[in-house]
Every structure is written in C-alpha cells, then in structure tokens.
Design a protein around this ligand. Structure first.
Ligand SMILES: Cc1cc2nc3c(=O)[nH]c(=O)nc-3n(C[C@H](O)[C@H](O)[C@H](O)COP(=O)(O)OP(=O)(O)OC[C@H]3O[C@@H](n4cnc5c(N)ncnc54)[C@H](O)[C@@H]3O)c2cc1C
Length: 329
C-alpha cells in the first residue's frame, strides 16, 4: 500500500500533490497493484467535498484518511509528521510519500526519523521496484543521483514536475476514514502562529504558464523590462527572472525562477540576458523548448538551449514584438 500526504488549496489537491498521486499510482501499478491511500491533515475550509473526493478518485485513490485533532489547527511540522507516521504504521504502508514542496520536505524528514526509515528526497523516477531504486535530483537539479531505498516503509518526496498529473484509467470512489493522531505538546513546540503576505504573490501564474519570458541581468536596470513584459503579453505568457534581478530589487521575488525560486515547466521558455547558472537551470530545465537570447555565444544558457539568438536583447526583443504585433493586426 502506498500512502500519499496531500496538500490542498481552495481548489482541492494542489498541482504538486496531484503530480505526486500520479507518480505514486504508477509506482503502485509497477509493484503489482498496490492500493493507493491519500492522507489529509488538519481542518479543511469546506471539509472533504464531493469535488475533492472525485478529484482523488480520478487519481485512483481507494481510501482518504483524514487526521483531525485540535492541535492541527495551525501548521507544525512535528504534529503533521505524527499524523503521517501514525497513518503509515496503522495501515502498514510499504511506501509513504509527499510532494517535494517546502512543507512536504520538512514533514517527511520528521516522518523518516520517527519511523527510523530511509528517505529519498526530490525523486524524479523509479528505476527499479524490487529493491526500490530511485533517481533523485541533488545540487538544485544539476545532478541526478541513483539511490536504493531498502527500508519498509520507504519515505519519498517527489520533485515538482517529475510527471504531469494524469487520471487513472479506472476512476475509484474513495471512502473517508477519520482518525485522531496521538499528539502531545512536544509536537507543537515549533508551530506557525501568524501568516503575513509580504508582497503580492503571483507564483501560481508563473508555475502554470505555458510561455515564460525569462529576464536576467542583461535587462540592464529596473527600467529595462518593458519590452520583455510586452513580449510575454503578446505570447499570452508571463515574466520569470533570475535571482540577480530580484536581489537588485528590479523585480519582485515571486517572479524568480530557480533553486530558490519557482520551478517551471512551460511549453516555451525564452531566456533573455540570463547566463544559465546551475541554480537558475534547476528551475527552468523542465521547459519543453528553451530559446536563449544572449550577447555571449558561450553562456551556459545558450549552449544548453534548443535555439539561441546571439545579440543584444534590447534590439532583438523589440524586433520580435514588432513582428508579433504586425502578424496579430
Ligand atoms: C544558494 C544559491 C541559490 C541560488 N538560487 C538562484 C535561483 O533560484 N535563481 C537564479 O536565477 N539564480 C540563483 N542563484 C544565483 C546564480 O548563481 C546566478 O548568480 C544568477 O542566476 C545569475 O543571474 P543572471 O544570469 O541574470 O546574471 P549573470 O550571470 O550576470 O548573466 C547575465 C547574462 O546576460 C547576458 N547579457 C548581458 N547584457 C545583455 C544584453 N544586452 N542582451 C543579451 N544578453 C545580455 C550576459 O552575456 C550574461 O550571460 C543562486 C545562487 C546561490 C549561491
């Protein structure tokens, strides 16, 4: 049996949790048809709605376990981990996994410690099912490591965009089982007491975009983005930037792509004036087609891209915009 910790937002399971469910289901099939259980933790704004159950059923989930306890009213890695570890032990899960988000990674590290289990973080593929052997991203995605996970249960987190969410061939009608994990004061020693938005966060627009126009130091200054923004609008896409750009305060942090920003997987990524450092590459390498615009023909972004235009972005991008406007008119 495979147990998946599912993170939720206003629309049900998050995109990364749906990816993880698909990853888990395909692994369950390869293990001879293991059952798939989903675990929800803490209060949900609308409870477990029929829409949420349908969504989980489309992923092939047979049972939804819902951990409820008054100490789960605010997030604490310790209490979430106790809920996951309790569910794992009570159903004797062979594998327990979560999306490799900040919270997923934090919780599963606690879970592995509590279960005295082996953990593989940021898994992108299963190489062998017996013994379980996985490939996982390390060094911000620059290196793939093959790891044997011999413990039972095995604890995994799945890297973002490792798979696209896909519906099961045969949808299920999951039933819900509520349980109360045995939480103690020590589980909530470190817990979230307040959440404040620091800036308008439009990360979802970036991670979900089919076209991303990337902008790096080559933009020149905070005033160098007008043509790049226009290009992203003309292509019905959005802007993504390098860390230099956010560090210099030219653009907000939620637009950052990379190891410490968002990982994107658009159909097209147009990287303008970006050198392609490994920390940036970690966030954009899943793009289906990468086009680099750069003055340096030897820049890593240029050598790794599918297509490249060598030249000044301040000349090339306005020319592309003009042509797109002409074709659109
Ligand atoms: C722990 C850690 C985490 C990090 N996380 C991230 C991250 O999440 N995301 C990220 O992006 N970086 C990250 N970095 C920083 C990363 O190492 C690089 O410093 C950064 O990506 C470089 O940004 P850049 O490509 O915009 O700038 P540069 O490396 O300075 O490159 C600018 C590029 O623009 C080209 N150029 C200049 N002028 C023009 C022009 N007019 N037209 C066309 N091309 C031009 C140049 O040839 C060059 O290739 C991280 C670093 C560390 C240590």
């Amino acid at each position: 049996m495979i147990l998946v910790l599912v993170e939720t937002d206003a629309h049900g399971a998050t995109e990364t949790s749906q990816e993880t469910l698909t990853f888990a289901r395909e692994l369950a099939d390869r293990r001879g048809g293991l059952t798939l259980h989903a675990l929800l933790v803490g209060p949900l704004a609308d409870g477990i709605t029929q829409a949420a159950l349908t969504q989980l059923g489309e992923q092939g989930v047979s049972t939804v376990r819902h951990a409820q306890h008054e100490q789960l009213s605010s997030y604490a890695a310790g209490s979430w981990a106790t809920a996951v570890a309790t569910a794992t032990e009570s159903v004797s899960a062979d594998i327990v996994m979560a999306a490799g988000t900040a919270r997923g990674s934090e919780i599963m590290a606690h879970v592995a410690t509590r279960l005295d289990a082996t953990m593989a973080a940021n898994v992108v593929a299963v190489d062998d099912v017996d013994p379980l052997t996985v490939s996982r991203q390390v060094m911000g995605g620059a290196v793939l490591e093959v790891m044997r996970v011999a413990s039972v249960p095995a604890v995994l987190t799945v890297a973002g965009h490792a798979v696209d969410p896909r519906a099961a061939a045969l949808p299920t009608q999951p039933h819900v089982e509520v349980f109360e994990p045995p939480l103690t004061e020590s589980d909530v020693v470190g817990r979230v007491v307040r959440v404040e938005a620091t800036e308008v966060d439009d990360t979802a627009a970036l991670t979900g975009a089919r076209v991303v126009v990337g902008a790096g130091r080559g933009a020149g200054s905070a005033h160098g983005f007008d043509d790049l923004l226009e290009l992203s609008e003309l292509l019905d896409g959005t802007l993504g930037v390098s860390r230099v750009v956010t560090s210099l305060g030219w653009r907000p942090h939620h637009e950052q792509v990379g190891q410490t920003g968002s990982r994107i997987a658009p159909d097209v990524y147009i990287a303008c004036g970006i050198s392609g450092a490994i920390q940036h590459w970690a966030g954009c390498q899943s793009a289906k087609t990468i086009i680099a615009i750069n003055t340096d023909a030897d820049a890593p972004m240029v050598t790794k891209a599918h297509y490249a235009v060598i030249g000044d972005l301040h000349e090339i991008v306005p020319a592309i915009n003009e042509e797109l406007r002409r074709r659109g008119s």
